[in-house]
Design a protein around this ligand. Structure first.
Ligand SMILES: Cc1cc2nc3c(=O)[nH]c(=O)nc-3n(C[C@H](O)[C@H](O)[C@H](O)COP(=O)(O)O)c2cc1C
Length: 188
């Protein structure tokens, strides 16, 4: 009887162990956050990669069909490609890629450089190319000096009316992984 009870106890402990391990595993595999970003000169890419690593999320780079050259990015020239795109609210520069499995994500952190106070038009193309129904989109940005993503949030809300768009944060390029993790924790 004693032997039987010992064997039973071992079996029960083993089952509890297996259930616990598989739950931990499924929580990890069930990470429902994505970091998507556009970056023309690398600043936002650096912050996006740091954020994705810090929270264990997948990362998606929004790649324009025509990559922006230094000339394209010349904001002092009102005839440069970026100046003309940003002056036209309906501009939707083509992108090369879309997220295949958007349904697996609940929270999408969307990062970009601030251009003319708001999100670059190519980010609008990205947003219009997916079904964000019921999802939470948390904005983050880098910039020269513009301190918030408030104007971008205002522009983006009507573009994705069925999503909850969070006016997130503007980060300095050297924001730390710990700071990003603490910030992102609110939506995870
Ligand atoms: C076309 C253009 C417009 C910009 N407009 C602004 C702006 O309105 N406010 C600001 O603070 N920075 C502005 N910047 C600076 C970028 O936001 C900043 O350098 C950003 O970190 C670049 O990110 P990236 O390296 O990911 O492209 C602008 C840059 C470009 C190229």
């Amino acid at each position: 009887m004693k032997k039987f009870l010992c064997v039973l106890a071992v079996i029960v402990i083993a089952i509890i162990g297996i259930v616990t391990v598989s739950r931990v595993h499924s929580v990890r595999a069930n990470n429902r956050a994505l970091v998507a970003y556009f970056s023309a000169t690398g600043n936002t890419a650096a912050v996006a990669d740091r954020l994705a690593n810090a929270i264990g999320a997948n990362v998606f780079a929004i790649v324009p069909a025509d990559i922006y050259t230094a000339e394209d990015l010349d904001w002092k020239n009102d005839k440069s490609r970026s100046s003309m795109e940003m002056a036209d609210r309906s501009s939707r520069p083509a992108i090369t890629n879309t997220i295949d499995n958007i349904e697996q994500y609940d929270v999408i952190f969307v990062g970009f450089p601030i251009w003319w106070g708001r999100e670059p038009s190519v980010v609008d193309t990205f947003l219009e190319s997916h079904d964000f129904n019921g999802k939470t989109i948390v904005l983050f940005a880098t910039s020269g000096s513009t301190p918030t993503t408030a104007d971008a949030a205002e522009n983006i809300r009507p573009i994705v009316p069925n999503a909850t768009v969070v006016d997130g944060a503007r980060f300095p390029v050297d924001v730390t992984a710990d700071e990003l993790k603490t910030w992102a924790g609110e939506w995870l």
